[in-house]
Ligand binder design. Sequence first.
Ligand code: HEM
Length: 151
Amino acid sequence: MRYKDKHQLAAEWQTLLERTPKPLRQAVETLVESHGDYFADHFYQVMLEDPHASLFLSNEQVEQRLNPSMRRWLKAMFAVDHADFASLVEQQEKVGQVHARIDIPVNLVLNGARQLNRRFISRSTPPSKARCRRGMLRCMSPTISIWPWKL
Ligand code: HEM
């Protein structure tokens, strides 16, 4: 059973993100668009080197499906002007179901989110480095926490 319905989650997500000034969200969107490949590569490199996480993954699956899926996910989640929050909640719900179905532990997913965050921050560049860092922290937190894992 859901903790909140889809519309409540969408409204909450929208409120949280709209508290982040638009220029900050745009800096994050630009960062994700220009470094999406790097973020996805790094994410799966860390997961494949992790003895626990790698039990759920194969190189072939990562190259053929998961890496492109991650790039699409990043683009959709951090797009500023096309943000339809109800549809984003639906996408998160679907991704959550996929992970729940194969019993990926939440601690591994949270570690994944931390890895993404670290790379976002390391890729933020001057003169917008500080702006990107702040934007990233403020956008990533609601994005990753509004994720209905078990339905
Ligand atoms: C922030 C963390 C994570 C994000 C954003 C993420 C994102 C995604 C996305 C977008 C998909 C594609 C879903 C679809 O088919 O539409 C996916 C699938 C998958 N992810 Fe993740 N993932 C995360 C963490 C993890 C972790 C930690 C693991 C393993 C240790 C993992 C393993 C998988 C596997 C095996 C699939 C394919 C499942 C299937 O199709 O049966 N993911 N993930």
